[in-house]
Design a protein around this ligand. Structure first.
Ligand code: G1P
Length: 287
């Protein structure tokens, strides 16, 4: 079955980024000039997804506005400005559509994904966490779609992380030692460094067999008293294959202030208009 549906859980509090995220969604924070959620949506469109399902919540209205044709041109505007507005308005192509669902209570990532069940029906689907920004030649979701060929299997993107960082991630272990696709043997949400089963941490890109929804429905609140996606994956492992996918690309944790600043510096240094000027400025500043 073709992969068409992708879920963007965007109802989280963004508490690591307060006060910026008090009234602004963390997914609307910009790296150079584009909000994180737009990078995520463009990655999904590149991978061929057409049904973009946003799980939104309180204070998230600007996300909905961002994907509307919200810039209005006026007759007295310059042609240049009109062209800019038209280009900026056209993020979602006509063959794709945005579906907005509300997560009335913030009960965790697993609970957020479950809100999409009526729209997902019986299809496999992807999940993208927009605060994981990944710079790569071929988008990570496209890399995963290209490696996916079994509707019963699920794929989780992973990267090696330092021991101290284990407590920020879902940490996994695999049956195979290396390679792009490794069969999962265990997964634990945010373990203490000494309890991490390996140095492979989960990054926010997933392709799921539809069966994950049934496992999520049975999942009780876990870490942080939230319904954890990781706990449902752990139970699913007993019945169905789950693979860890080591992607090509550099990931920035933009839910974290330092990660977000690093992403801005990296993307700004590559900016066609002012990248070189910024490089010179930084050289002078750090000399
Ligand atoms: C979530 C997942 C975690 C994963 C992480 C990736 O955690 O629960 O397993 O490693 O995303 O960014 P969060 O960052 O939402 O706390």
């Amino acid at each position: 079955m073709k992969l068409r549906k992708v879920v963007f859980p965007v109802a989280g509090h963004g508490s690591r980024f307060l006060p910026a995220t008090k009234a602004t969604p963390k997914e609307m924070l910009t790296v150079v000039d584009k909000p994180l959620i737009q990078y995520a949506v463009e990655e999904a469109l590149e991978a061929g997804f057409t049904d973009l399902i946003f799980i939104t919540g309180k204070t998230k209205r600007t996300i909905t506005d961002h994907f509307d044709l919200s810039l209005e041109t006026t007759p007295n505007m310059s042609e240049q400005k009109k062209a800019l507005f038209d280009r900026t308005n056209r993020i979602i192509p006509s063959h794709a559509s945005c579906i907005y669902l509300r997560q009335g209570e913030p009960l965790g990532l697993g609970h957020a994904i479950l809100q999409a069940k009526p729209v997902i029906g019986d299809e496999p689907f992807a999940v993208v966490l927009a605060d994981d920004l990944i710079e790569s030649k071929k988008g990570v979701l496209k890399q995963m779609v290209d490696s996916y060929d079994d509707e019963n299997a699920s794929l989780i993107s992973v990267q090696r992380v330092s021991k101290e960082d284990a407590q920020q991630y879902g940490m996994i272990s695999t049956n195979d030692n290396d390679g792009n696709l490794m069969k999962l043997s265990n997964i634990i949400e945010k373990p203490k460094p000494e309890d991490a089963p390996s140095d492979l941490g989960v990054v926010g890109r997933y392709i799921f067999s539809n069966k994950i929804l049934a496992f999520l429905e049975k999942t009780k609140p876990g870490a942080g008293n939230e319904i954890q996606l990781t706990d449902a994956i752990k139970v699913m492992l007993n019945d169905l294959p789950v693979f860890a996918y080591q992607f090509e690309g550099t990931r920035y944790d933009c839910g974290d202030k330092l990660g977000f600043i690093k992403a801005n510096i990296e993307y700004a240094l590559k900016n066609e208009k002012f990248g070189n000027e910024l490089k010179e400025y930084l050289k002078r500043r750090l000399a």
